[in-house]
Design a protein around this ligand. Structure first.
Ligand code: 2IO
Length: 413
């Protein structure tokens, strides 16, 4: 049985306080870091992570059966393979691209304007809890075609689901709580699915209900799992990315000034945020055969975690990797939201984030609205910045002060 090679545990409080401090050490001295408490391997080098995510024979997504399926109430997209995966991925893509995406962008503008308006005359907002989190839920409800009046319940159940997928260890009590949330969410969704089967609309749930694979419509269980999959994936990283973008721009005032002068730089600022501080820090896989990395063997059947934050700061992939620079030539902004991305924030390979284009449209829309609106942007007096999370990671809050806007709501578009 292998042992942790250094004194470090990625499950320790020290690591959780600031994982970025440890990434260079891991890449250099323990590129295959074993964590006995959870019998899992952690890979931190860019090339190793890329190999795991692109070699679909050597590494499978089987591990999602225990990490996701219990709360997804069925198989998620990332678990599927072959023709089934291709077909169902295409169905989900249709809910997020073309005319559907254009409609979503309009809804995002309206949602964002409504949420920010009450904070404008005050000159203060917590970008995570006042704005980013409720926005992510509203936007996802809109994509799915769920009623906004249910957002409180849905958000609550969804946080139980997210806790389950993103926890390294769970007490039996928390586990029960998360499973309860998932069961209630399923009980809420099934009657809605049946109703959409009878009266389909333009929303993603209707698309899932009417689509066929091999001439057969998906079961309630399959549709439920894909809905919960989209719900969790579209909400959990969204507020984190937005808050991280503003954090980095405030910490680099010259780059914020450049973005203000030229909003065309926003995509680069977002892509660099995703590289520098990816909101999804870990992607799990299972080794299907013995696999060797830098002289260390990962045995067949092992759980392997790709450390996205560490890979994105690998000097073999990016020059001056610990510097936030929206102008870096090795980022390739144009490719940053596609399968050809050099950073690994959306994963890579066949299972690369299906919502990447949607995520990009959402954060670009919102940032383009907020940047010109929030003048003299700064941290609120006494605000202490703190990030949380090992699996997904972002600011616990981001209290910002700006020049109060006395009149007029922001005009979408
Ligand atoms: C939902 C971490 C929320 C996904 C996941 C079990 C599968 C997959 C991801 C992202 C974000 C989640 N994994 N989205 O990492 O769908």
């Amino acid at each position: 049985m292998p042992r942790a090679e250094s004194g470090l545990s990625v499950l320790s409080d020290d690591f959780a306080a600031d994982p970025y401090r440890y990434f260079a050490g891991l890449r250099e001295h323990a590129p295959v870091h074993y964590e006995p408490a959870i019998d899992s391997y952690f890979l931190s080098r860019h090339r190793d992570v890329k190999r795991v995510l692109t070699d679909h024979h050597e590494f499978s997504t089987e591990t999602l059966q225990v990490r996701a399926e219990p709360v997804m109430r069925g198989p998620v997209l990332a678990q599927m393979t072959g023709a089934e995966h291709t077909a169902k991925r295409k169905i989900v893509v249709r809910g997020f691209t073309g005319q559907a995406l254009k409609d979503h962008v309009r809804a995002i503008q309206a949602d964002a304007a409504e949420l920010i308006t009450p904070f404008l005359p005050r000159g203060r907002v917590d970008l995570v809890n006042d704005f980013g989190k409720p926005l992510a839920v509203n936007v996802t409800l809109d994509v799915l075609g769920l009623d906004k009046k249910d957002r409180g319940r849905v958000a609550l159940w969804n946080s139980g689901v997210a806790e389950f997928i993103t926890s390294m260890t769970l007490t039996p009590e928390r586990r029960r709580h998360c499973l309860d949330c998932a069961e209630q969410l399923e009980a809420y969704l099934v009657p809605l699915i049946e109703q959409r089967r009878r009266h389909p609309g333009e929303d993603l749930i209707s698309k899932l209900c009417t689509a066929e694979f091999d001439g057969i419509a998906m079961s309630n269980r399959d549709v439920t799992a894909l809905i919960i999959n989209v719900l969790a994936a579209a909400t959990e990283p969204a507020d984190k990315t937005l808050a991280l973008l503003f954090r980095h721009l405030i910490d680099h005032p010259e780059q914020l000034a450049q973005v203000r002068r030229d909003p065309g730089l926003l995509p680069a600022a977002i892509a660099e945020t995703l590289r520098f501080t990816p909101p999804v820090q870990l992607i799990p896989r299972q080794s299907e055969k013995d696999a060797e990395f830098a002289g260390t063997t990962v045995p067949a059947g092992a759980t392997v975690f790709c450390m996205i934050g560490a890979a994105n700061r690998d000097p073999d992939a990016f020059s001056a990797p610990d510097t936030f620079d929206i102008h870096r030539p090795d980022l390739g902004t144009a490719r940053s939201f596609t399968a050809a991305a050099q950073h690994l924030a959306f994963g890579t390979g066949l299972h690369q984030c299906v919502g990447a284009a949607f995520a990009r449209a959402q954060i670009e829309t919102v940032a383009a609205m907020l940047v010109p609106l929030l003048d003299r942007l700064r941290y609120s007096p006494g605000f202490r910045y703190r990030e949380t999370g090992l699996y997904t990671r972002g600011p616990a809050s981001l209290s910002l002060d700006f020049t109060p806007v006395r009149s007029g709501a922001p005009v979408p578009g």
